[in-house]
Design a protein around this ligand. Structure first.
Ligand code: IVH
Length: 678
């Protein structure tokens, strides 16, 4: 059948449009049409191709999924070997790397590109005259597997490169990976289907790309960042790694948005530290930084040793997971009496520190893990998060491994333990401030940096003060004298004096800090700040009704009850009275919204959703609040803006439905800069 010219032209036009929209959606994260519009264009192309078979091309967006399952993968020989990288585990090794390069090429300062080392698997993509013809795994570096059908299902990989004048053949290399969120969702699906869960996002990405049935791969949330070239035939190539990244981007391939040009080893290390801080807020796992000599001809003259180039180095982050043995399980009593089981571990170096305790969260968690004393476990410490046990290595369970009996009485004050929360998940000591463990934790919270900020009053001193009966409640702290303190273990006269000075100094505080320091259940810094801003004085807060309190965005019925009941208890009123008599004070205005009225975002309600790459959610929230905005948890018609990061939740959809203005990360950062947030 001959294909009418109009149909041919329309098909070509649709393919070009769909490829462009695909790129905007999956690579730039900046779509300009809605999903239904995209689907309509795709359907039209599918219909055309169904009517005229000859119109189907390898780069047609209809060809992403649909290939038949394979019985095995073909081998692929890499014409240019896929090298691996030498690793550095500390700064000295990076300094030595830079020194070797400077000596070899005889210069004082080397320009590098620093890029995150994404934790996925290396893949090579071959494009012939701009059309994707093959995708292959790295394998042993010389020979990999042909995973073309699977690679085609990854939406951020273009089936045809954008732009014109592509080399006859070009092989692009990069990392295929899965985001944390994609990994969690996949594992939930696996477990509800009774299938095996993946251990980490990298294994999940690798397992997904090695499916013989591309329909399965298509269901997996895979992405790719490109960072290098392999074989190139007949094409003008850029002169530096940084220009190469730009070129890849212009062709419609995704590259890491975090890659940067740096000069010399000091800037390399500064970049590394910045990324260590950002690591936890990224949507995908990274396990280090790769430094690459920027100039490609210098790269060539430096060459490789064995299987790794001399011009690149992987500076690894400390591992976040390690295995160790659980020596014992004990329970700890928190400030509000919550009883948390803790695993005492054979000390292990993980996440950059030596860890000997890991939280087990609650009774149900021990059952979920099926943890016994004596078990070998995988411990995880990510960022500043408390170390936790991720799973038990069952194969290494000794015969003598013992089950843990959860106590029925508080191990400290022997009061009965009560259970609350869904399915009685939270165990709580019913002893209240009679329990010395709760008293100690309450005091520790009161003196902490973000509360009254009393320098030098460490945990050990508080333990002694409570055990010796010198301090019963937070107000008693201000009665302490130098003589009394100097009598404590390991506290020199000088430190005792400093401590009394610090106590004195802490008396000048703010209403927000004071409210937070009181340790009212579920009143964190944000709620304290809202209360202080809204009511302006402690008296107004103490007199507020539950209904009144609930009019604040962050306060629901439970928190309102907590606050209301706290201020009705005579014990609490007495302690507050004593603190004020000791001279604890803060500026009170009594006016509503006293500070926020002047700020640029006052009166605006903003909701954050998804992951931001430049800062953690908490930081974004704090910055907005500093500018006077209310940061709310749910989108409503009263919301002024929704800030949408990567992988946003249903809040973004809700915002669209309600017609609330949406800002992406770039626009958000611009706004912050414009309003002078720092
Ligand atoms: S460059 C010759 N850049 O790390 C250069 N590799 O340990 C070869 N990787 O096999 C790789 N992110 O799978 C490079 N920005 C990045 C990377 C990266 C992750 C992986 C890649 C490689 C392995 C080497």
């Amino acid at each position: 059948m001959t294909v009418p010219t109009r149909a041919r032209q329309r098909a070509a036009d649709l393919r070009a449009q769909l490829n462009q929209h695909n790129y905007r959606y999956y690579v730039l994260d900046d779509p300009i049409i809605s999903d239904p519009e995209y689907d309509r264009l795709l359907r039209e192309l599918q219909d055309l191709e169904a009517s005229y078979n000859e119109l189907v091309t390898a780069d047609s967006p209809t060809q992403r999924v649909g290939a038949e399952p394979l019985s095995s993968f073909e081998e692929v020989k890499h014409e240019v070997p896929m090298l691996s990288l030498s690793n550095a585990f500390d700064e000295n090794e990076v300094i030595a790397f830079d020194r070797r390069i400077r000596e070899r090429i005889d210069v004082d300062l080397v320009e590098y590109v620093a890029e995150p080392k994404v934790d996925g698997l290396a893949i090579s993509l071959s494009y012939e005259r701009g059309v994707l013809v093959r995708g292959a795994t790295r394998g042993d570096g010389m020979t990999g597997e042909d995973v073309t059908q699977n690679v085609k299902t990854i939406r951020s990989i273009p089936l045809r490169l954008l732009g014109k004048k592509h080399p006859r053949l070009i092989e692009v290399r990069g990392e295929v990976f899965m985001t944390h969120q994609g990994f969690l969702t996949l594992n939930q699906r696996q477990s509800s289907a009774g299938l095996k869960e993946f251990v980490n996002p990298r294994n999940a990405a690798a397992g997904s790309l090695r499916q013989l049935d591309p329909k399965l791969t298509a269901e997996r949330p895979l992405q790719m960042f490109c960072y290098a070239l392999g074989e190139v035939d007949d094409g003008h190539m850029p002169e530096s790694q940084f220009e190469l990244l730009q070129q890849l981007c212009d062709w419609g391939l995704a590259v890491s948005p975090l890659a940067e040009l740096v000069e010399g080893v000091e800037q390399c290390l500064a970049y590394y530290h910045r990324m260590v801080d950002q690591r936890e807020s990224l949507a995908y796992p990274i396990d280090g930084i790769v430094y690459k000599v920027n100039n490609l001809s210098l790269q060539q003259s430096l060459g490789s040793v064995s299987r790794a180039p001399r011009w690149a180095l992987a500076h690894k982050f400390p591992a976040q997971e390690e295995t160790t043995v659980v020596k014992a399980i004990e329970v700890q009593v928190g400030r509000t009496g919550a009883i948390t089981p803790v695993a005492r571990l054979e000390p292990v170096f993980v996440g950059g520190v030596t860890v000997s305790n890991a939280t087990l969260h609650n009774r149900a968690e021990i059952e979920r893990l099926d943890l016994r004393i004596g078990d070998t476990v995988v411990v995880r410490r990510a960022g500043d998060v408390i170390p936790e046990v991720v799973n038990v290595v069952k194969k290494r369970r000794p015969r003598a491994a013992k089950r843990f009996q959860f106590p029925i009485r508080c191990p400290v004050c022997h009061s009965e333990i009560v259970y609350e929360g869904g399915e009685g998940i939270i165990a709580r000591c019913s002893g209240g401030l009679y329990c010395s463990a709760q008293r100690k934790e309450h005091l520790k919270h009161f003196v902490s940096r973000r509360a009254m900020d009393i320098d030098g009053l460490g945990d050990k001193i508080i333990d002694q003060l409570v055990e010796a009966g010198m301090v019963q409640n937070i107000a008693d702290l201000y009665a302490l004298t130098v003589e009394q303190l100097a009598g404590l273990d390991r506290l020199a006269d000088k430190s005792a004096q400093n401590l009394v000075d610090a106590l004195e100094h802490s008396k000048q505080t703010t209403l927000q800090r004071f409210l937070f320091a009181l340790g009212i259940s579920q009143v964190g810094e944000t709620t304290a700040r809202q209360l202080a801003d809204h009511y302006g004085s402690l008296e107004s807060i103490m007199n507020a009704t539950e209904n009144d309190l609930q009019s604040l965005t962050d306060i629901g019925p439970i928190v309102a009850t907590n606050i209301y009941t706290f201020f009705r208890q005579s014990h609490n009123k007495q302690v507050i009275g004593k603190l004020r008599r000791w001279g604890v004070m803060w500026p009170e205005t009594g006016t509503i919204h006293r500070e926020s009225a002047k700020l640029p975002l006052s009166g605006k309600t903003i909701v954050l959703t998804g992951t931001l790459s430049a800062m953690a959610r908490n930081e974004a929230k704090a910055r907005l609040q500093d500018l006077g905005a209310k940061v709310a948890g749910t989108v409503s018609s009263k919301t002024d803006y929704v800030i949408v990061g990567a992988e946003p939740g249903s809040k973004a959809t809700k915002a669209e439905q309600l017609g609330v203005e949406i800002l992406d990360e770039k626009q958000f950062i611009k706004l912050l800069t414009k309003l002078g947030s720092q």
